[in-house]
Design a protein around this ligand. Structure first.
Ligand SMILES: Cc1cc2nc3c(=O)[nH]c(=O)nc-3n(C[C@H](O)[C@H](O)[C@H](O)COP(=O)(O)OP(=O)(O)OC[C@H]3O[C@@H](n4cnc5c(N)ncnc54)[C@H](O)[C@@H]3O)c2cc1C
Ligand SMILES: NC(=O)c1ccc[n+]([C@@H]2O[C@H](COP(=O)([O-])OP(=O)(O)OC[C@H]3O[C@@H](n4cnc5c(N)ncnc54)[C@H](O)[C@@H]3O)[C@@H](O)[C@H]2O)c1
Length: 478
């Protein structure tokens, strides 16, 4: 075993989150090392956001082109799309991300890190060597999440794809059965259907059930129109594999034959082999934190241990992990240097948006872009809200944008405070509308002031004017 190395901050996991925690700490004058077991850049770069969006892009662009008159469109061509995906994931080579760490002054130790006590991480390298890293100020756990494979009879024997396989596959399966109805299920059903697979989706509930109901319905209708067999409200009861392929038995008694099953039933934290037991925490659990991302133990926050990104289960999205990373990196510096800690709501060191304004885009066609509270979430929290909906197809900008444009928008309004609590847009190319809604929610922009944010004509964003019209001109009174 090599001698222990000491740093101000030890980060375990160099995904998008871990890189940013380390970067922020070093920018604040501390020394930092990151430990990475696979590739610097993590899931987002190689097996999640980037490859999935690369697989989806050509199909969406082809449909958008077909909705514009006078264009002849072929494809998408599978070989070109897969080559594009490979280029987007840098051919699974993390050299450029390692160069960024170098340029930022962050050390890298490759291997599997585990806590071996307070402020101590022991790394086991690929050749079995052990290296001890000690943190003067903080250890940040940023080990992310992995696909959760439910214990369904026969499922494991069918060698199912998880999201990693679905984003890195080199061949299109003839038939693909997707279990689950969340974001991974919808995006991957769209992508592999576009690439020529015969896709069936089996979902317990309506698609995208954590979003506004209309979003899931519109995505289901579109997927069905493109040829996907979408079965909602039904469970998988058993999977049987044989020489003629895979038979998936459903709770309603039907059987679907397929060549491949994709499991898209959620995530589990990558905390099972992280030495959590050495500091009194439960291996395999999600790590609860306070708003400054310190891990909550039995007696409150551990002063030196942070959990940032997917593994804290606050909001499993790359941009939220990066947002948390900035707060965590900065607060580690503030606590190390005795500077003022701003942990109040919306303070520099509190990840307040995680519970109030999480933006998300589902890159199906139609896209779904949402932020903040849905109507169902507001009801669950006992908040009385006012809803206003608008048919995006009736906006002049949409009519010009695509023939037969279909879409929908909703604002969730707090009638007492006259501010937005949430917004959802569904339709072609609505993703870029989302930041306007995020700013309105985070900024708690009063409705009377929103009337003065005039959307340019004829853009899709004129839906903002229509939604305000729906709320009534009296909301323009200050
Ligand atoms: C198919 C798919 C598509 C997605 N698309 C989007 C999207 O479009 N937009 C979006 O915002 N989010 C998307 N997400 C979610 C997003 O990928 C995650 O929220 C994000 O990658 C989490 O980042 P992280 O840094 O917390 O974890 P990760 O990126 O998983 O990084 C964790 C790192 O820690 C390393 N590690 C783990 N354990 C150890 C250990 N013991 N020692 C050393 N290293 C270790 C891992 O190798 C990994 O590199 C998608 C997810 C999936 C599955
Ligand atoms: N564009 C994006 O922002 C994007 C894309 C992909 C993934 N992600 C993130 O990655 C995370 C994982 O996505 P996901 O789709 O795997 O999870 P999810 O939690 O969004 O959806 C899981 C789905 O699986 C279903 N399910 C759970 N157990 C089941 C079982 N035993 N049998 C059948 N169905 C079951 C649930 O009802 C739900 O529909 C999410 O937090 C998501 O936000 C984001």
């Amino acid at each position: 075993m090599a001698g222990a190395a000491e740093y101000d901050v030890v980060v375990v996991g160099a995904g998008s989150t871990g890189e940013n925690v380390a970067g922020q700490a070093v920018a604040g004058g501390l020394s930092a090392v990151v430990v990475e077991a696979e590739r610097v850049g993590g899931d987002c770069s190689y097996w999640a956001c980037m490859p999935s969006k690369a697989l989806l892009r050509s199909g969406s662009a082809a449909r958008a082109a077909r909705r514009a008159p006078g264009l002849e469109v072929h494809g998408p061509a599978v070989t070109d799309v897969l080559a594009h995906r490979d280029q987007i994931v840098s051919h699974y080579d993390d050299t450029s991300q390692v160069q960024w760490l170098d340029s930022a002054g962050i050390d890298l130790v490759r291997g599997h890190g585990r806590l071996t006590g307070e402020r101590e991480v022991t790394v086991t390298t690929a050749d079995g060597e052990e290296q001890v890293l000690r943190a003067r100020h903080a250890v940040a756990l940023c080990t992310g999440s992995a696909a959760l494979v439910p214990p369904l009879p026969g499922l494991a024997e069918s060698e199912p794809w998880t999201s990693r396989d679905a984003t890195s596959a080199r061949e299109v399966p003839g038939r693909l059965l997707v279990v689950g109805g969340g974001v991974v299920a919808c995006e991957m059903a769209q992508a592999w259907n576009d690439l020529g697979a015969e896709v069936t989706v089996v979902a317990r509930s309506e698609l995208l059930s954590s979003m506004e109901d209309v979003a899931g319905r519109l995505v289901r209708e579109a997927l069905t129109e493109y040829g996907v067999d979408v079965r909602t409200g039904v469970d998988v009861s058993e999977v049987r594999s044989g020489p003629d392929g895979i038979q998936v038995h459903l709770g309603d008694g039907s059987v679907v034959a397929t060549d491949r099953v994709l499991v898209a039933t959620g995530r589990r934290p990558r905390t099972d082999d992280l030495g959590l037991e050495t500091v009194g925490l439960e291996p395999g659990s999600w790590l609860d934190t306070d708003d400054t991302l310190r891990v909550l133990g039995a007696d409150g926050p551990l002063p030196w241990l942070y959990a940032v990104g997917d593994l804290n289960h606050r909001a499993l999205l790359t941009h939220q992990g990066k947002y948390q990373a900035r707060a965590a990196g900065d607060v580690i510096v503030a606590r190390a240097t005795g500077a003022t800690v701003q942990e109040q709501r919306w303070g520099a060191h509190a990840a307040t948006a995680d519970s109030v304004a999480v933006p998300q885009v589902v890159f199906t066609d139609p896209e779904v872009a949402s932020v903040g509270l849905t109507s169902a979430a507001a009801a669950r929290e006992g908040i009385e809200v006012r809803l206003v909906d608008y048919d995006l197809a009736s906006v002049a900008g949409s009519v010009v944008h695509a023939q037969g444009y279909q879409g929908w928008a909703r604002l969730v309004v707090d009638p007492q405070r006259q501010v937005l609590l949430g917004a959802t847009f569904v339709g072609q190319d609505v993703a870029e509308l989302l930041q306007s809604a995020t700013i309105a929610v985070v900024g708690e922009v009063p409705l009377h002031r929103l009337w003065h944010a005039v959307p340019a004509y004829p853009t899709i964003s004129e839906v903002w004017l229509r939604l305000l019209d729906g709320l009534g001109r009296d909301t323009a009174l200050a």
